[in-house]
Design a protein around this ligand. Structure first.
Ligand SMILES: [Zn+2]
Length: 161
């Protein structure tokens, strides 16, 4: 059974807890695993997904500023029915979230031109082009995170040479 037909059955009622121990499944059954990004371990959490790999879910969690992954396991029986649903919360390392701010803002300290970027390399390219086209202009970088708002990244041009 593909996850999209299985998933609605979960509803909001999933009551399983972290670190649940596996009950011996029969050898005929098999397991489907998928991943969600979520913002907390509360019942009323925001979830985003599903993803087929942990890496995908992690990347999305970073982008959204979510601090947790949720790993769902469906144990599928001989009749293709879901015998058991397990879910396990995985807390992401805080520095992972910090290294991937939601948005990066560049702003030229000299002329005030500005840009918004998803990735550090895009901010780099923007600054390279701007400083190339306008000699002696200096571009500043600001990280935007949900928790802290805009924060300047000092000396970012030096650090990335
Ligand atoms: Zn400028």
């Amino acid at each position: 059974m593909p996850w999209d037909s299985a998933f609605p059955d979960l509803g909001g009622a999933c009551s399983c807890s972290a670190g649940q121990v596996s009950h011996g499944a029969s050898s005929m059954s098999y397991k489907e695993t998928f991943w969600m990004a979520c913002d907390s371990t509360e019942q009323l959490r925001a979830e985003y997904g599903p993803f087929h790999t942990r890496a995908e879910a992690e990347r999305e969690a970073d982008k959204l500023g979510f601090g947790y992954l949720l790993r769902y396991e469906h144990v599928i029986g001989e009749d293709d029915d879901i015998k058991e649903v397990r879910c396990i919360f995985i807390e992401l390392q805080p520095q992972t979230t910090r290294r991937y701010p939601e948005k990066l803002h560049t702003r030229c300290a000299t002329c005030g031109a500005s840009g918004v970027h998803d990735y550090q390399w895009q901010a780099e390219v923007w600054a390279d082009i701007h400083e190339f086209e306008h000699s002696r202009h200096r571009v500043r970088l600001f990280e935007q995170t949900r928790a802290e708002g805009l924060k300047e990244v000092p000396g970012w041009r030096d650090a990335w040479i």
